[in-house]
Structures are given as C-alpha cells and as structure tokens.
Design a protein around this ligand. Structure first.
Ligand SMILES: Cc1cc2nc3c(=O)[nH]c(=O)nc-3n(C[C@H](O)[C@H](O)[C@H](O)COP(=O)(O)OP(=O)(O)OC[C@H]3O[C@@H](n4cnc5c(N)ncnc54)[C@H](O)[C@@H]3O)c2cc1C
Length: 484
C-alpha cells in the first residue's frame, strides 16, 4: 500500500502528535493551522518581560509523552528537561490554613494528620492504593481503547473491572464517604474541574486524576509546557511533515480541504484536530446529530507583577469559603461565581529566566461558565477584584505592582481557537459523554474523515490528547486505510 496524502486541520498537541506518528510511518502529512503558532491551547504568552504557559501548566501522567517519543525512536527525557514539582502545589483554604501537597506518602500523611487528625492520615495510604488500582485498570482498558461496538465496552471482563473498581460511582460521594473533613474532601475531588466538570457530577473513574497528582506527581519541562508542543512539531517536520501556519480551513470535503483564501488541498485522509463539535458544525457537511453538553470555561489573567510573592509556590490552589456553592454556580446555575476557587501559577519559581529580576510571571486561572452565560464586563471586573483581594490578604499581593496584564476568557477561547461555546476543556466528561458514549474519533458520514483532540476520545488534557493521537493511528490501521 503506497503512502497516503494526509491533511490534519489544527496544530494543537493532538494534531501534532498525530502528524508525528503518521509522518514517522512515511506518509505525506500536511498540518494546516489557523494561528501563527503551534500548540493550540498549549502555546506561549508574553507580557512585558514575563513568559507564560498560555493554557496547560501541569505536566502529569508522563507515560503517553514517553510513549509517543519512544514510538518514533526518540526519548522524551532527552528532548525535554523535566523537573518534579515538590510541593505538587500549595493549597490555601479560606480560613487561612494551608497545606502543601506532595507525592511523598509519609510526608503527606503527616500533613493530613496535622490538618485533620490521625484517622484520615492512617486511611491515606490505603486510599492511594485504591486510586492506583483504579488507574491501572481504567487507563489500558477504557482510555487507551477504540470502542467499535457496545460489546467491546460491555464484555464480561470489562464489566468486571467497572464493578470491581466502582468506576461508575459518584466521585464526590465516594470521597465524602472516606473523609469527613471538608478540607480533605476538597483536596481529593477538585481535580475533576480540570475536565471542566463538578465532582458531584463526575464518575469515580475520574479519581484517576487525583492519583496522577498524589501518586505520580506534577512535572515541569524547562522552557515551559509549550516546549512540548514545539518538540513534537520539530520531530514531525524532521520526518517530512509540513506545518503551515496562518492557514484557516473553511471546509472539509470527501477528498479535499479548502482554505478561507480558496486554496484546495487534496487528501486521501483528513484528520480534524480543531475542536470536534466546531469542526463538525462549521467545516463538514455533517453537523453532529446529537446535542452535546459542554465543560465550563476559564478566565485567565497573565500578569507582569513587579514583586516576588515569597508565600506562593510554582502551583497554588485557592478555595473560597463555599466550594459546593461555587460548583453549583458554575455547573448548575451557570452563573459567574462569587468568592471563587482559583489557581495561580508562577513558573519562575522553578525557572527563574521566565521573568525579569524582581518580577513574577503570575498566571491566574478562574473557572467561569462557558458562553451559555456570556460574561459581562461588570461581572468579570468583580471576579478579578475578588481574586486580587484574596491574594492581597493571603500572600501580600499589591495590585499597584501590576506592570502589564493580558486576559483570555470564554470569548477569546472561542475566537482564537474555535472552541465551541468557549468551553476551555471541550465537551463535558459526564458519564454519558465518557468512554464508549463519548463521540468517537471517526466520522459517521465521511469514511476518510477522523477526529483527534480533547472533545473526542478519550478526552481533555495533554496526556489524553496524545492518547487520542494513538487511537486515531490505531483506527486507521484497523480500518485498513494505512498498513500496520
Ligand atoms: C486554561 C487551560 C488550562 C489547562 N490546563 C491543563 C493542564 O494543566 N494540564 C493538561 O494536561 N491539560 C490542561 N489543559 C487541557 C489541554 O490544554 C488540552 O486538552 C489540549 O491542549 C487540547 O489539545 P487539542 O489538540 O485537542 O486542541 P487545541 O489545543 O484546541 O488545538 C486545536 C487547533 O486547531 C486549530 N484550529 C481550529 N480551527 C481551525 C481551522 N478552521 N483551521 C485551521 N486550524 C484550526 C486551533 O487554532 C488549534 O491550534 C488546559 C486547558 C486550558 C484551556
């Protein structure tokens, strides 16, 4: 079988991972990207002399990164200088109490004991073991898998795994049963917000995220997370892939892709990395039939701050005084939260060259509703003031020391990257949009059209979109479109 002409629409990490895999197999790969940078959500941002990761800041679950590089004869650890973040993050509760999360089980148990007493500290190692088992059984059998039929999903061994690990149980309820202290409950459930999902609506299987953080840790590649996008792009180009920036795709047809300027590019196979619901609705003749639910969005502020903020770590999580109320506003009332939980990142703490002397590259991420509830100027200003007030009270932040600021909210996520509804984390990961029930990576109407990225299988997050690239490659082989 001769090499195929493959066009990939979008140079996000999912598109780049797929380009690298297919170019390595000798196919003729062209990546068309509307922006003037690679990486999609994982790109660079700069304000004054400060450098930022625009979206993802937490490198976790290293296996899919290492596997991509190994599959093309390279070493992830040789291309990227990665460092474990310890503490994983500093958590600030609204009553002024703090805890530093770590992967060191003994240290973590001691910190839990200081926070909540000896009983939860004693229960912690067993909790982590249970999370590890859940992780070990779910990743190979449910995440790294193309489902071709219900039988694939619901075979007796698969159902055995689901039942044994309570995968479909409710995440918040199961953690609440194990830990009584509301602080520990927040600590071990909030990770589902990385998927834009309330822990009250999340299946227990997403407790795997807590395992990634507490069992394996959070890493940082020197140069920032966009260094990963850039390394994958470089390797793909070395294998002959063409990455064309500033190429806004207008439509995808049976055997070609048309750019906004009118240029037509022929293809045997097209892979859409642009957010799947947008790509189906806007680029193909077959918009999704099924109505989908979407994740929340995120309001980001990138600050050139003229100060050091010694009370903060590289990664910091702030909980408001009513976490459940916060979740309710975001996910059920779909309204701008007040006293919000938020995340703050200063990568300069690990890599000093990311900000000039005496300055901090402070990135703030506040989960907000997607464009189902478009943000008003007043509501956004109030949200920012609440975040600044919290930082002022707890870490000595002073708004008059802000030397430059850039913002990115749901409207910008939609306009810049074509994320449907400005939902920063793609379609929701609720039970009915997970695994077998998540929109699959092939078109139901166009046999040569496939999808890769956060809104298809297996889901959102850098490791997941790299697995998504593995799954597309596997699918092309299974369907006989490329040789094994
Ligand atoms: C604020 C935020 C924080 C996050 N934090 C983390 C984290 O800490 N750790 C983690 O692992 N994950 C994190 N994520 C998730 C992670 O960033 C995403 O899952 C991942 O980057 C998605 O990659 P993708 O390839 O699916 O899509 P994208 O990155 O969205 O790439 C799609 C590409 O398609 C392009 N495109 C769209 N339409 C067209 C068109 N018509 N023509 C040409 N090109 C087009 C876009 O410009 C874009 O470059 C975060 C996400 C956000 C938004």
């Amino acid at each position: 079988m001769k090499s195929k002409q493959i066009v990939i629409v979008g140079a996000g990490v999912g598109g780049l991972g797929t380009a690298l895999r297919l170019a390595h197999r000798g196919h003729s790969v062209t990546v068309l990207e509307k922006n003037n940078f690679v990486g999609g959500r994982n790109h660079r941002e700069q304000v004054g002399g400060c450098h930022f990761d625009a979206g993802p800041t937490l490198l976790m679950m290293l296996d899919p990164f290492r596997k991509l590089f190994a599959d093309v004869g390279e070493s992830f650890d040789k291309h990227l200088d990665i460092r474990l973040c310890d503490p994983t993050y500093r958590v600030f509760f609204s009553d002024g109490i703090q805890i530093d999360a770590t992967t060191d089980i003994e240290k973590m148990a001691k910190r839990i004991s200081d926070l909540s007493g000896p009983a939860p500290a004693a229960a912690y190692p067993q909790f982590l073991k249970e999370l590890k088992q859940l992780y070990d059984e779910s990743i190979p059998h449910f995440v790294r898998k193309n489902f071709r039929s219900l039988a694939d999903f619901a075979s007796p061994p698969q159902l055995g795994r689901v039942v044994r690990n309570h995968m479909l149980g409710n995440l918040a309820k199961r953690v609440h049963k194990k830990f009584e202290d509301p602080k520990l409950r927040m600590l071990f459930t909030f990770q589902s917000m990385y998927l834009g999902l309330s822990p009250h609506d999340a299946p227990w299987v997403y407790a795997t995220l807590a395992y990634m953080e507490y069992g394996e840790g959070i890493w940082y590649p020197m140069g920032g997370l966009p260094a990963i996008s850039e390394a994958i792009a470089r390797l793909a180009e070395e294998r002959g892939a063409k990455i064309r920036l500033n190429c806004n795709v207008k439509s995808i047809d049976e055997k070609s892709v048309t750019l906004q300027g009118g240029e037509v590019i022929n293809a045997d196979i097209v892979i859409a990395n642009a957010d799947m619901p947008y790509a189906q609705r806007e680029l193909t003749a077959a918009p999704p039939k099924r109505s989908l639910r979407y994740s929340c969005s995120a309001h980001l502020m990138y600050l050139d701050y003229n100060g050091e903020l010694p009370g903060m770590e590289h990664h910091n999580v702030f909980f408001g005084n009513d976490f459940d109320g916060n979740l309710d506003s975001l996910f059920h009332k779909v309204a701008m939260p007040s006293d919000p939980a938020f995340y703050a990142c200063i990568s300069k703490k690990t890599e000093p060259s990311m900000a000039p002397n005496g300055h901090s590259n402070l990135m703030l991420l506040v989960p907000v509703p997607n464009l189902d509830c478009p943000p008003t100027k007043e509501a956004t200003q109030k949200l920012e003031q609440e975040v600044f007030a919290r930082l002022t009270k707890e870490v000595g932040f002073n708004p008059s020391k802000i030397r430059g600021i850039k913002r990115r909210g749901p409207t910008e996520w939609q306009q810049e990257l074509n994320l449907e509804k400005g939902a920063a984390f793609g379609i929701s990961h609720d039970l009915f949009q997970s695994a077998f029930m998540r929109p699959q990576n092939r078109s139901l109407t166009q046999p040569n059209l496939f999808f890769v990225g956060a809104s298809t299988v297996p889901g959102n997050g850098l490791p997941m979109v790299l697995i998504s690239a593995e799954l597309v490659e596997q699918r092309l082989v299974q369907e006989g479109l490329i040789p094994a």
